[in-house]
Ligand binder design. Sequence first.
Ligand code: PXP
Length: 237
Amino acid sequence: MRRLGINVDHVATLRQARGGHEPDPIAAAVLVELGGADGLVVHLREDRRHIQDRDLTLLKEIVQTKLNLEMAAEEKMAKIALKVKPDLVTLVPERRQELTTEGGLAVAQQRERIKAMIRVLHDGHIPVSVFLDPDSAQIKAAHKVGADAIELHTGRYANAKHSDAEQVEFEALVQGAQLAHKLGLEVNAGHGLHYHNVKRLTQISEIVEFNIGHSIIARAVLVGLERAVQEMKALIV
Ligand code: PXP
């Protein structure tokens, strides 16, 4: 069965909006696992805009499924990963000004650097995935530098404005998934997936895991709101 990894970054975004303790992504992680998630995903960003170092340490202790740490291919981040030992590291590109990860990692343009990073993580017994656009040169490069898995960037598919564009992006994902699978890489996929666009991607049998964050956290806020209001009303009668 296909796995669902849930990214809880935006639980932390909400917490950071007030700089306090709530909502705690650790509590969210427990509920997410109770709900049947197959893994937790967090992106520890250089600017620490949502997930904090403390979150990562606690998640490593409490997550019972799989902890997937998304991080930039930087030495400082590698040190943290080697200390925390997540079950998987996903290397992503990172720019300070971006709202969210905007594209796949350019592995073909920095083979030696990524290869060295993967080697360091492998020496610490941490498997490595790389977040890639569905581009054959990047997928082949990821294989060459020793990645164990790739995560196909589904953002262009998710953001396609009309059905022709969506078709083009869908086909690119099919080709990318088939190539990666043929090379022996595990194929994950994510970014921008929601309740209306994910179903079509289940046709791609090579994809064994979807990593989804924003749409699930956004929906949780709405489906939980009625109860939250009722509980407050009960307190003030
Ligand atoms: N996968 C990767 C590599 C990401 O960077 C992100 C966003 O942090 C996700 C999956 C989840 O994307 P979304 O929040 O749009 O579902």
